[in-house]
Design a binder for this molecule. Sequence first.
Ligand SMILES: [Zn+2]
Length: 306
Amino acid sequence: MLRALGSILALIALMAGAVDAQQSRSADRSDRKLMIVCSTTQVADFTRQVVGDRCQVHCILAPGADPHTYMPTPGDAQMTAKADLCIQNGWHLEGKNWMSTLAKDAGKPIVTCADGVQPIELETQGEKIRDPHTWLAPKNAAVYVNNIVRGVAKLDPANKADYEARAKLYLQQLRVLDSWIREQFNVIPPAKRILVTSHDAFNYFSQEYGFKNQAPVGWSTGSEVGAGMTPERFKAVVNSIRSFGVKAVFVETSVNPKLVREIAREAGVEVGGELYSDSMGPAGSAGESYIGMMRENVLTIILALK
Ligand SMILES: [Zn+2]
């Protein structure tokens, strides 16, 4: 009798233990969110639009930081080691390919958002470079979103429909943004659509909305081929400001404004304001999201050039 009772108690204990183990395993599964490490603020915003709260999204670059010249820290490597997926802009925006190097070193899969965009090729010193600043045209931001959906759905196929539903809404918002921009720019006559900025980030934006571009620094603020300020570039920009009768030039939030201020002084024009280019604004600012930064850029440009 006692032995039978002992066996029953043992069985109950065993069952309770099994239930506990099962509960903690399922708790593990639901508590452990997939972790995604993104390089730039824009890529992180697009990713959050797609995954909502379903995944943890970390962004390596702080708002206002320059992706071309960024040097990854040991903390970035530790974070990447914990990631399930890495997402980058690509096309050498991340100077010396720091994001793909972090992912490779940690053995993590990586999505390159710019892949699939129709590139603008820049010919510099005999080398052809795909301009990486493609997100400044909303139609290219849509390519980024689709690449991100594919990447996260592959990682987490059970929630594919959920990611696709969020993306569908956001892609609609990007189309609305695009038509809003076109409508707003109607107040600037085509002859006045000249955008002088610190570095060559606005080629896709300008191609889309009929602007001419001039930037004293080439396509990168770093030391890549075809980048950096030269006296010839400085002179060319000052000359074109004068010959086109440009009213204002713009500084960028992620680039030291010193050079553009010198150009403005030399050419006798004003600084028309600050544009978001390679980075969005800090949390709580009007430029804290992609749609917000594009909206603020358009209004800043209109105010200075119309
Ligand atoms: Zn740039």
